[in-house]
Ligand binder design. Structure first.
Ligand code: CP
Length: 307
């Protein structure tokens, strides 16, 4: 039963519940018009304490396409947070007005905290470098549409694996399926957190290797998940400048890849994927963008109990 539940990280959903959401998203993709009106009378709040293009607008588009309405903010400087109001009190307030809340916050754990005070479902739209579970729904929809399922893949995560919340969420989600292998490609300074290694890979006996060079391993991959080096997570600009161009995927590197490898990226990209790749049939990052809205339509419909 998904009605009334929070979604803070991928492990909050059983595999059956995840399948329920993805199957509904598949049906919405086939005929989105037929779902118009299922959330009539319901209200979504989008509380974005951090910038966003895709996540906020796709949540809003999703609710509007379901026939519901949306309120919220994309700039916390225009809210009573600036007067010192706590997140708990903000959530108590907004959840008194609305039926479901999607929140992005730069602090790890903020979504979990919000869920303790909310009268309605909280959807984590990204909490610092921790998790981004609705990006994972998007990623899983895209993987299944192109690869047919979630088992038996070699997945390469490349770039900022330290702060990359989309990596943490997708790795956790894919680790629940059989016969997957992970290749973690990053400079040592941006390596995946130790808790991911111990709690996700080692605890579940999942094979993983660490490599600094994309060229060394790209030929082994079925799925390449590129990520941006995130300027906003660095305390020291010099470190960002030194690391920002660590990986640039271009046609030359792509020649080393399998013909059926898929390239995913949560976006935004800066220069880690050269635009010359965009027309390659393996480049699915704009397909991910499209699927993001359908995944969020399915999630909103389930958590509000509309379907
Ligand atoms: N993928 C993603 O979270 O994009 P935005 O930061 O634009 O929402």
């Amino acid at each position: 039963m998904l009605k009334g539940r929070h979604l803070i990280e991928p492990g909050d959903l059983t595999l059956e519940e995840l399948e329920e959401i993805l199957s509904l998203a598949d049906k919405i993709i086939v005929d989105p018009q037929s779902f118009y009106g299922v959330c009539r009378g319901k209200l979504l709040a989008t509380l974005f304490f951090e910038p966003s293009t895709r996540t906020r607008l796709s949540f809003e588009a999703a609710m509007l396409r379901l026939g519901g309405k949306v309120l919220g903010f994309s700039d916390a400087n225009a809210t009573s947070t600036t007067k010192g109001e706590s997140l708990a009190d903000t959530i108590r307030t907004v959840s008194s007005y609305t039926d479901v809340i999607a929140m992005r916050n730069p602090k790890e754990g903020a979504a979990l905290l919000a869920s303790k005070y909310s009268l309605v479902p909280i959807i984590n739209a990204g909490d610092g470098g921790h998790h981004h579970p609705t990006q994972t729904l998007t990623d899983l929809l895209t993987i299944r549409a192109s690869k047919g399922g979630f088992e038996g893949h070699t997945i390469g995560f490349c770039g900022d694996l330290k702060f990359g919340r989309t990596v943490h969420s997708l790795a956790k989600a894919l680790s629940r399926y059989k016969n997957n292998k992970f290749i973690l490609i990053s400079p040592p300074e941006l390596g995946i957190p130790d808790y991911m290694i111990s709690e996700v890979f080692e605890k579940n006996n999942i094979p993983y290797t660490i490599n600094e060079r994309l060229e060394n391993v790209i030929g082994d991959l079925d799925i390449l998940y590129m990520t941006r080096v995130q300027k906003e997570r660095f305390f020291n600009e010099q470190d960002y400048i030194r690391l920002k161009d660590s990986y640039i995927l271009n046609n030359e590197k792509l020649k080393l890849a399998k013909k059926n490898m898929i390239i995913l990226h949560p976006l935004p990209r800066v220069n880690e994927i050269s635009p010359e790749i965009d027309s390659d049939p393996r480049a699915l990052y704009f397909k991910q963008v499209q699927y993001g809205m359908y995944a969020r339509m399915a999630l909103i419909a389930k958590l509000t109990g509309a379907l």
